[in-house]
Design a protein around this ligand. Sequence first.
Ligand code: OAD
Length: 248
Amino acid sequence: MDTLIKRAAEDIAAAKLVTALTGAGISTESGIPPFRGKGGLWERFDPMEVAHIDAFMQDPTRVWEILLKEMKTIVEAARPNDSHTGLTKLENLGKLSTIITQNVDGLHQVAGSTDVIEFHGNFASHRCLDCQKQYASHEVQITQIPPRCDCNGILRPNAVFFGELIPPEALRRSQKIATDCDLMLVLGTSAEVQPAAMMPVIAKDTGATIIEINPQSTALTGTVSDYLIKGKAGEVMNRIIAELEQIL
Ligand code: OAD
């Protein structure tokens, strides 16, 4: 691993525009379960039954009871870990411009990253299905399920359900950053969900170096990514930053 850490630090130091694509794996060290693999949410639930917009619209009480209540509670209690703070340090070193995240936990922003594209929306705010009034997450009480607006409409998180469009501005900006960057770090994602998984492909096609950080190989490994640093994102980021600080 030492050689790859050194190589990553050198590649980042030489790059002009670095971006990162992050997924659920980087928040596991903050106590948020991933979706796929061991201990993943989709081991316990069928995403089409609990995370598809049609399932939510048909029976919001059930989806709140089974999935959203637990996610809201876990996300609100979570704090950033070394992966999030590592990416913030990279930005402070002038070596990361933008993070494209599939995560809805807002932890990059809590860690101090300033340009975060929330590809799948977020849990930080909720909106009323009837009048569209917006609520900060902490204003939404889950003592009553489903939680309701002042107008009695049902509330939903501003996260993207399966079957919904990616927020257009998030998609547009992500595609542009992927095209413009010359290095993309891909951390903690299985790269199985589209169109997020296309961002490293776009970056690669337009000449960028793709570095994956993940304890497991993914659909991108050996095809789209130039190399995989096998390990937990927090630990790997700490080592890359330490190496970079010696070079810069
Ligand atoms: P997944 O749960 O599919 O993948 C998590 C990845 O993180 C796996 O490749 C793990 O090997 C890796 N991983 C686990 N622990 C790690 C650690 N400590 N450091 C680094 N990597 C680690 O999560 P996503 O790829 O983010 O969408 O899933 C994509 C989308 O699928 C989510 O945004 C969500 C889900 O359904 C929606 O809800 C629309």
